[in-house]
Design a protein around this ligand. Structure first.
Ligand code: NAD
Length: 543
């Protein structure tokens, strides 16, 4: 055992590569995509380090070129989930006892591998299977995941150094133990980095996990497992169990060994998971820690003093980058009548320049939405608006799935602040705008705060400082990540810890010490150096 207090490297955010014409990173990425597309792979489950093929398979495709199959993955069922739980518990014996500096070295190494030799592979898998542009993939699959690993290591050591006071003759100590049991990590399709973080954040502090990635993002998730293996993650610490939500979820969540759930995804799935866990509580060995970051109905609220050019650019980036499939994507907007016509003219002209298509063509700003199901859900909303008297389209409104799941950047203007597309999460490239009378600022703020069940991200635009103060106060609980004169997307680890309240999640702030603490169980230890030998207190000596 080592006898020093180690300091981990001070983390800095991973620089974003530009992928500009002629850059080596662009050449490498393009070559990697060609290489990956030239073959089909078979993705197994990984349990206790062993590859398992169940024979129950599904295809992994390219959303913008849906006939291109990248391979198949095997799906886990009850039996494999039970095997994964056993293997995790077995691995826990050594993993939770491993000297922390060696444990975290594995994740620092993983970050370094992703920053260098693995960067193009993880970016290419994300671009192909999740239809992200090079830039969207770079800020997610490369930079954000590198940051999660480097920053979480640092936050863990900060937490461990938080110790109580001691008095004369007594030494008080806190020990930050891993949870007993296993953590069930369940990730969404839209961020490769989130998938990479949900299992590794608990693992970093000594836990073991089962990781169920989203079915439409298994391709990049599998490559992260390969990267973690190369970084030295011992077998069984994170067990890879792709498959259907309920087939994998139910046996995991009803296990008495469930110690925690680290979830990111939709609100309805999370609420059902919580119910399943609650119904099973009396059979459980623990009160599972339930951490979930879920849906959003993220807003941009403009004041009459807003800078219109800044507003236009924030709206386009906030609403349409990654086809609006970010939990933080702007999807409703409140704009005063006094600046509406100037905004509309500039905005419509700019949206006309937004190019959509194959993400291998670097001139495209948007790719396709993730799959057939998403395409149908999103286009249902567009059809609904098309048939309504309360809505008109000022951009887009068209869609086509002959090659891939393409939906134009669509903007609806509604006369009803509670219109369906103003309050429900659509998770696609659809922005709805409500134009308010300038003198109705106050009641429009009230509507923004109360119209939707969510409270994830929001942005206010004003050049009047008093207006910013007032609006931020009125919207205090309507977003966990709040932006002044900036788009509501693009949170960076270490800079804007991420998460929301109300129906948007437990707000445990991914990539922060607040999140890591959820995966630790603190043991308080008191040591008395010269304990009393007489049980009687002096006050009892009354004559
Ligand atoms: P989803 O809820 O459909 O799926 C998320 C994960 O849950 C997938 O792995 C899915 O297979 C799994 N799942 C489904 N049913 C399950 C069950 N019964 N038991 C266990 N697991 C089950 O979400 P998605 O479509 O992959 O992602 C989009 C959603 O994620 C949006 O609602 C978005 O807002 C949200 N999201 C939130 C954040 C955030 O930080 N708040 C970040 C990214 C995405």
């Amino acid at each position: 055992m080592s006898n020093a207090y180690f300091k981990v490297p001070i983390p800095v955010n991973e620089p974003i590569k530009s992928y500009k014409p002629g850059s080596p990173e662009k050449e490498e990425l393009k070559a990697k995509m060609l290489e990956l597309k030239s073959k089909q792979i078979e993705v197994p489950l990984i349990i206790g380090g062993k590859e398992i093929r169940t024979g129950n398979t599904a295809e992994m495709i390219i959303p913008h070129n849906k006939k291109h199959v990248l391979g198949v993955y095997h799906k886990a069922g009850k039996e494999e989930v039970e095997e994964a739980i056993e293997s995790a518990l077995e691995a826990r014996k050594e993993w939770s006892e491993m000297p922390w500096e060696h444990r975290v070295s594995i994740f620092l190494k993983a970050a370094e591998l992703l920053s260098g030799p693995w960067r193009s592979t993880i970016n290419a898998t994300t671009m192909l299977n999740q239809s992200k542009t090079a830039f969207q993939s770079e800020i997610d699959a490369a930079c954000e995941l590198i940051d999660f690993w480097n920053f979480n290591v640092y936050y863990m050591t900060q937490l461990m150094s938080d110790q109580p006071i001691s008095t004369k003759g007594v030494w008080n100590r806190l020990e930050y133990r891993a949870l007993e049991g296993f953590v069930f990590a369940v990730s969404p399709f839209n961020f490769t980095s989130i998938g990479g973080n949900l299992g590794t954040a608990p693992a970093m502090v000594g836990n073991v996990a089962l990781w169920k990635p989203a079915s439409s993002a298994v391709y990049s998730a599998y490559h992260i497992m390969l990267l973690l293996k190369e970084a030295g993650l011992p077998d069984g610490v994170i067990n890879f169990v792709p498959g259907s939500g309920s087939q994998v979820g139910n046996p995991a969540m009803t296990s008495k060994h469930l110690a925690g759930v680290h979830f990111t995804g939709s609100t309805s799935v999370f609420q059902n998971m919580w119910k399943t866990i609650a119904e099973n509580l009396s059979e459980s060995n623990y009160y599972p820690r339930i951490v979930g970051e879920t849906g959003g109905k993220d807003f941009i609220f403009a004041h009459p003093t807003a800078d219109v050019d800044a507003l236009v650019s924030a709206t386009i980036r906030g609403a349409f980058e990654y086809q609006g499939q970010k939990c933080s994507a702007a999807s409703r907007m409140y704009i005063p009548k006094s600046i509406w016509s100037e905004f509309k003219e500039k905005y419509v002209a700019e949206v006309k320049d937004v190019k959509m298509g194959d993400v291998e063509d670097f001139t495209n700003f948007m790719g396709a939405v993730i799959d057939q199901g998403a395409y149908e859900t999103i286009t249902e909303y567009i059809k609904y608006a098309d048939e309504s008297d309360e809505a008109e389209f000022i951009t887009g409104g068209k869609y086509n799935d002959s090659e891939g799941f393409f939906i134009e950047p669509t903007t609806i203007v509604t006369t009803n602040p509670n219109f369906k597309t103003m309050v429900e999460e659509i998770f696609g490239p659809v922005m709805t705008i409500f134009v308010y009378e300038d003198e109705k600022l106050d009641e429009t703020l009230e509507s923004c705060d109360t119209a939707s069940a969510y409270a994830l991200t929001g942005a206010i635009f004003a050049q009047d400082r008093k207006a910013l103060v007032y609006m931020a106060d009125r919207l205090k609980n309507s977003a966990g990540n709040f932006y002044f004169n900036d788009k509501p997307t693009g949170a960076v680890v270490g800079q804007q810890p991420f998460g929301g309240g109300r129906a948007s999640g437990t707000n445990d702030k991914a990539g922060s010490a607040m999140n890591l603490l959820r995966w630790m169980s603190v043991r308080t230890m008191k040591e008395t150096f010269d304990p009393p030998k007489n049980w009687r207190y002096p006050f009892m000596d009354e004559k």
